[in-house]
Write a protein that binds this ligand. Structure first.
Ligand SMILES: [Zn+2]
Length: 160
């Protein structure tokens, strides 16, 4: 069996587990472990990051008056993942946008996510600056000027 069919065979329900967390006494379970996977299926998320994501989602839904999805485009990375990204996008110290000390790395314990947000009804994107502003209320560090429209958020302080 080749690698790709192995992947197809085993990945269907891999990390297909809802993550339950209390936010202000209310149980929230809007994210699944698989949303935090790297390309090999390794998944890791810090408790504080999950809580911040639920708070961001809740506020975006309240602002819009409708269901808004927070979509995780990238979460935990191994050093090999980082090398692959750097080949494509370059290291920050060489003018690219991949940090050598990325907070996405495994050793930080799942504190970083890259996200976008869309309306559940029509898939319209929440503007990057709006998403960034809401993230700044609930995450320690936010970067929201990437050309592809995603927002980086991490809990480098509260996760210590
Ligand atoms: Zn990021």
């Amino acid at each position: 069996m080749d690698t790709s069919s192995m992947r197809a065979r085993f990945s269907k329900d891999r990390n297909n587990v809802r993550l339950l967390i209390d936010v202000d006494g209310a149980p929230c379970a809007n994210f699944r472990l698989r949303e935090f996977e790297n390309p090999d299926g390794l998944a890791m998320v810090h408790r504080s990051t999950l809580e911040s994501l639920e708070r961001v989602r809740r506020e975006l839904c309240a602002m819009a008056g409708e269901e808004v999805w927070v979509i995780i485009t990238d979460a935990v990375r191994t050093h090999a993942d980082l090398q692959r990204l750097a080949l494509r996008y370059g290291w920050t110290d060489e003018g690219g946008f991949v940090a050598r000390d990325s907070k996405h790395l495994v050793e930080y314990g799942g504190i970083a996510v890259d996200i976008v947000a869309v309306s559940a009804a029509d898939r319209a994107h929440v503007p990057q600056s709006t998403l960034g502003a809401v993230c700044r209320k609930y995450f320690d560090y936010v970067k929201d000027n990437y050309k592809d429209g995603h927002v980086h958020a991490d809990n480098r302080e509260r996760a210590r």
